[in-house]
Design a protein around this ligand. Structure first.
Ligand SMILES: O=C(O)c1ccccc1NCC(=O)[C@H](O)[C@H](O)COP(=O)(O)O
Length: 201
């Protein structure tokens, strides 16, 4: 099971995510309270083992800027949270995770255009395009719509509910940001607890 800890902005949180067994770590380059500069992300990423995928999050960013940051930071994947097209995704030089906000439990038909990529099911955008800590309506989702897709479940996950999310969706991976924070800051114990919970499923 992939485990992605997102919105990292301190060395201690990166180290804890890696030491606890995260498979992916995320840096937000879009407008956000968790936004980091490419220079700082490069610094945070420098000792991350190759086995852990470094993911950069973007929202409707110019493709050339994305490519520049991928190269500068040494990103392994890009997560797209805006209205990016499949054509845009196909031009990104590293594998893509395409986020979709799930409203009223409806899996958007547009996921079919991203079958070659990994999908991320999230709550609809709120103040920012992601990382709201809100869950979508798990019970209303038609799970058959996800057959044949590689996908993360995200949106409002935390150490207490992640087991239920895994049981319902049987996803390829789970993704968390707000649920491993305390008062808006990554909480090292919650990161560890979240990863342990997933590993014990
Ligand atoms: O984290 C942000 O502030 C953010 C801003 C803009 C685009 C995406 C953003 N975050 C995405 C994520 O951290 C997660 O992949 C996902 O939305 C789940 O977040 P959460 O509900 O906080 O666990």
């Amino acid at each position: 099971m992939w485990i992605k800890i997102c919105g990292l902005s301190t060395q201690a949180a990166v180290d804890m995510a890696v030491a606890s067994g995260a498979t992916h770590i995320g840096f937000v380059f879009a407008e956000s309270k968790r936004q980091v500069t490419p220079e700082y992300a490069k610094y945070l990423a420098k000792n991350v083992p190759k086995t852990v995928k470094k993911v950069g999050l973007f929202v409707d960013e110019d493709l050339a800027v994305v490519q520049e940051i991928v190269a500068k930071v040494g990103l392994d994947m890009v997560q797209l949270h805006g209205q990016e097209s499949a054509d845009y995704a196909a031009q990104v030089s590293v594998p893509v995770i395409k986020a979709f906000g799930i409203k009223d439990g409806k899996i958007p038909d547009a996921i079919a255009d991203f079958k070659a990529h990994t999908i991320l099911l999230d709550a609809p955008p709120a103040q920012f395009a992601g990382g709201s800590g809100q869950a979508f309506d798990w019970d209303k989702v038609d799970l058959t719509a996800l057959d044949g897709y590689r996908f993360f479940v995200a949106g409002g996950l935390n150490p207490e509910n992640v087991g239920q999310a895994i049981a319902i969706f049987k996803p390829t991976g789970v993704d968390v940001s707000s649920g491993v924070e305390s008062e808006g800051v990554k909480d090292l114990e919650k990161i560890k607890k979240f990863i342990l919970k997933v590993r014990r499923q």
